[in-house]
Design a protein around this ligand. Sequence first.
Ligand SMILES: [Zn+2]
Length: 258
Amino acid sequence: MSILATDAIVLHAFDYRETSRIVRLATRDAGVVSAIARGARRPKSKFGSAFDLFTSGVAQLAMHPTGDLHALNAFDTTRTRPQLGASLGRFGAAEALSEVCMRFGQEDDSGRVFEAAERALDKIGQAAPEQVAEAAMAGLWHFVAGLGFAPSLDACASCHAPLDAEAPVTFHHRAGGALCPACARRAAGGRTLPAVARATIATWLDGRDAAIADDASARAHRRLLREFLEEHVGDGRALRAFVSWEELRPAPAKAAPR
Ligand SMILES: [Zn+2]
């Protein structure tokens, strides 16, 4: 086994047998990995509370040469993210993000998932309640772009004809983006994407922030992204945490008057 010390974020953790925990980590140097923390559930475990979700730290991993379950020898926490548990909106968004990281993540990904997860989790944690959804959407679409899955938005995904920036288009998940009117007529399915929503997604793909006008648009954006991810994850399983986040009622912009 080779030993590796790498920056990591806890994406998921669950109990294993009597005394252990299994964690899924996004790491800078080994991609997304699963590791067993032996003895983590014993009282006075050296791991302490290191496996709070979305905690960053330095993981000491003993890498299994052939298997996909490595051993976590130590985890030194560098930062926790308690603000992500402070509201349902933030927690739901962070869980959706972590699910996407695990589903897309692979070992040896050059740290792309780690960097995207860290950036997006911080964005979600710092966002005002009414901006959590757009912060998460920005992080997720930028993540999609970083993985090389960005949908085609300014040219037809099928025939590559340029698309009118002012016009609504048909967004077709399987085709991989927006379709021109002629290709849209030939392709079954697809969703109508208004020009403003298309421009917003392009901004997010670019790694910049964009505001969402209202709750209905926020829901439509989440649904479109979830369907796109499910199409491109390609393992046929629904993104359950993402669905829960999608169904969350939006946070009120202001406290209700008493
Ligand atoms: Zn076309």
